[in-house]
Design a protein around this ligand. Sequence first.
Ligand code: NAD
Length: 489
Amino acid sequence: MANNQANNQAQNISNFIGGQWVASRSARTEAVYNPATGEIIAHVPLSGSDEVDEAVQAARKAFPGWSGTAVPRRARILFKYQQLLVEHWDELATIITLENGKSYAEAYGEVQRGIECVEFAAGAPSLMMGKVLPDIATNLESAMYRYPVGIVGGITPFNFPMMVPCWMFPLAIACGNVFVLKPSERTPLLANRLAELFAEAGLPAGVLNVVHGAHDVVNGLLEHKDIKAISFVGSQPVAEYVYTKGTAHGKRVQALAGAKNHSIVMPDADLDGAVGQIVGAAFGSAGERCMACAVVVAVGDIGDALVAKLKEAADGLNIGNGMEEGVFLGPVIRESHKERTLKYIEIGEQEGALLLRDGRKDAATEEKGYFVGPTIFDGVNSSMKIWEDEIFAPVLSIVRAETLEEAIELANRSEFANGACLFTQNGSYVRQFRETIDAGMLGINLGVPAPMAFFPFSGWKKSFYGDLHANGTDGVEFFTRKKMVTARW
Ligand code: NAD
């Protein structure tokens, strides 16, 4: 099996079904670009729902064998997979930078996040354990046994081509399920390499399948009667659609959605520490993170000093091709996303926000890649669209507030509630923030409070649809169902 597509430029990407590379029958394809250069690096097929069905058939064939494989044997394949991912770390990070545009250092970190998911999933023998109460009544015992749900579909976004798929298929598969993955059509290369390495680790054919495409594949997964669960990560409107349609078709669905994360900076904060964290969180990965800092709320008299330091730090960021040494800020994903971002900058000006740093003026924006420089608006308020919408680009809004209550009340007005951060040295502020902020992932004196693989990725409000979050024991619950046995002997 040799399908190392990143090394073979502008080739047609195949689906991976039943352990084979299968050319899509669809005549429709989409170009995959290197966002740093605008060059076409591959063509991804827009597969049809018939191809989803083929993958589901392959998965169904694999299910009895895989779910019947002893859990420690399944775990051993995950251990081997972990080793292979570590061995190929550099190659995987290079593919991420090539197709997504984020800096190589960020991509390298993303590979680590993906590997951590595999490490968590390799704990399947402990995670799959049931529970027993030997004496629920005289001579009566009750036991809970855990089983896989069956065929699981995964639908992933462009912004984490490795980490997000790894939130899904390693744990689902470790729990004994079989999987059909539909990666983002904008970053399809890495998914094939992940599937290839898993097969090399000894995963039987049909346990992990990859079907490339867009809406038709998503709908094919949502409507397929044999698929029992859908794990989705992407934008809010699509998450709502996937959740509504998937549950209407009788599936369990977890749908992780968009965000507009606020960072509140108190007057007693370590200013330089806060600035470093906020700049990393607002402009790292070109702002294309669901845990990006999109709004800073400066409380009290720290505002002017904070704003000045943020601008100075943003001025010092190195913009360019993520493969180049020292580059911090890469391109956004597509020309259309660059245009959308520039439109939001215009909207911010029209709304009366103060454009403190104009990312349209950075030299890199003249290049062929889809670059937008770090952009900062001061004087933003919650009636503005630039405050309300997820821009998903290196655009940071600053709001001023008098008190922590006011700052929290403002953040809580957002329909999104993924993450929120507080910068302070004061424990009582931390407590007040923790108890009253509407957000599922909180950071104290750090910019990107993304939980590790053994904790749930726990967005609230319109940042998440479903009950059980991705990762951690929530993930195990999501990918398993239980049998209760009550016995009298
Ligand atoms: P997206 O919603 O455009 O795409 C996600 C997936 O849905 C892709 O596989 C895509 O093919 C599919 N899709 C897109 N439009 C569709 C439609 N109309 N019908 C059916 N399927 C469709 O998201 P994206 O731009 O790739 O990713 C960025 C978004 O993902 C941001 O909003 C970001 O906040 C969010 N995200 C959230 C989390 C989280 O944990 N909450 C993590 C990462 C990304």
